[in-house]
Design a protein around this ligand. Structure first.
Ligand code: PLP
Length: 422
């Protein structure tokens, strides 16, 4: 395991977490860089084995920063972005623009113009009006995929389920919107239809919805006699936040999905498409922990014990937003005679819902100044961080083969008001 106890202390690859916290302050998000490169290599090796054209694109919304993007480029990953800001970050890191795909359900004219000017590899069309808009802004050929809703059931939280009919994302196969999009693209001046994209949802733990999506999409393609060069299956491969979670089985899962795709494609007498996937969470989430310092402790007799930390919903929104569960552990292994007690770990922000975890079993002798680590915070944490209560966004540190390096500095107080007119 990436983060484990040695000599009574949580460590990552031989570096003490308490030393990193002392150097960079708390809250701090600490990544094991090697875990992330290992995951990128795993996706490559699993897909390569199937002898078909493929690419692995990282969903930069999970966690984007200049050093992260550089790591992705080294590992021959492609990149998906959903905003001018994500695109700007990628370009600032020197990522090849021809390996960038532009997603989003409401790309603004400013974003489209910026992406066209830099020449992203393709846009993923997510609304009928976007076709006309891109065509009016373009002055050269533009490759596009369309995002469709394959109407498959997924077993995940509503907030991260995306491939259903009733959704702000995608175009319906059944109500004619997807077909109309392709017709409009074919009738446009600059747009070229290259293929289909779908993203079924996040935190999926088995291949069944992906297999069903392939079936639905190809029967629709057959029905309308549509050819595609690219099939982009999106991301969503689940990770383990707690012991109850099941990781998406990458190897067996893709054996099943690609095996099914090959059968379906050959049954309909087609060539294999270029297969794309877009993992985000599964590359970054389990690679990181967030370390906080304990402050006020309230033990309300007969009610509950609250332990407050020096961060909260400004750097950890998934629990307040949709009840996501995490493991919380002490950085110093509790000495053997310290009993574990049920503890509510709460943030310091002014909302009662600012809760990191309820009823976490933590040492009863926790004190102000002790460090706690929340595990599996590498995805959708820093990227979802806010300045609520004028909290500063935390520092981010990578630990890799060459040691410990800071990749994002903690925001300064001055930065909190740098855009304020004074
Ligand atoms: N692709 C698209 C279009 C997405 O919307 C998302 C997440 O929302 C992803 C990929 C990445 O999903 P995950 O981080 O669960 O792998």
């Amino acid at each position: 395991m990436t983060f484990n106890y040695q000599s009574g202390e949580l460590q990552v690859r031989g570096h003490k977490i308490s030393d990193i916290a002392a150097e960079y302050g708390t809250p701090v998000i600490i990544y094991d860089e090697t875990y992330m490169t290992g995951m990128m290599q795993k996706y490559h090796s699993v897909l390569k084995r199937h002898n078909l054209p493929y690419s692995v694109s990282y969903a930069s919304k999970a966690f984007s920063s200049v050093q992260m993007i550089k790591l992705l480029e080294e590992q021959k990953m492609e990149l998906d972005v959903v905003s001018i800001g994500e695109l700007y970050t990628a370009l600032a890191a020197g990522f090849p623009v021809e390996d960038i795909h532009f997603h989003g359900n409401n790309k603004t004219p400013e974003e489209l113009q910026y992406a066209l000017q830099h020449g992203v590899r393709f846009f993923i069309i997510d609304g009928l009006d976007e076709i006309e808009l891109i065509d009016s802004l373009a002055d050269d050929d533009v490759n596009v995929l369309i995002r469709i809703n394959p109407s498959v059931e997924v077993n995940t939280h509503d907030y991260i389920s995306t491939g259903q009919e009733d959704s702000k994302f995608g175009l319906s196969l059944s109500n004619g919107a997807a077909k109309r999009a392709i017709d409009n693209i074919n009738a446009s001046k600059y747009l070229h239809f290259k293929g289909i994209h779908y993203h079924l949802g996040s935190q999926l733990d088995d291949s069944a919805p992906f297999i069903n999506a392939v079936t639905n999409v190809y029967s629709w393609l057959d029905e309308h006699n549509i050819d595609i060069e690219i099939l982009n299956m999106g991301g969503g491969y689940g990770v383990r936040y707690t012991e109850e979670d099941v990781r998406f089985p990458i190897e067996e899962g893709f054996n099943a999905i690609i095996g099914h795709l090959k059968e379906v494609v050959s049954a309909s007498g087609r060539e294999l498409p270029h297969v794309m996937i877009e993992p985000g969470r599964s590359i970054a989430a389990e690679a990181a922990i967030t370390v906080y310092e304990v402050g006020t402790i309230k033990d309300i007799p007969g009610v509950a014990k609250y332990v407050s930390i020096d961060g909260g919903m400004s750097d950890h929104i998934r629990t307040p937003l949709y009840g996501a569960e995490y493991e919380v552990v002490p950085v110093k292994d509790a000495n053997e005679d310290a009993d574990e007690v049920s503890t509510h770990v709460v943030g310091k922000l002014c909302e009662s819902g600012d809760i990191i975890g309820k009823n976490k079993m933590l040492p009863g002798n926790l004190q102000r100044g002790d460090l706690l680590a929340v595990k599996t915070t590498g995805a959708y944490h820093y990227s979802m961080a806010s300045n609520y209560n004028q909290m500063r966004k935390p520092a981010v540190v990578f630990v890799g083969e060459n040691g410990v390096r800071q990749v994002i500095k903690r925001q300064s107080l001055e930065q909190l008001i740098e855009n304020d007119v004074r």
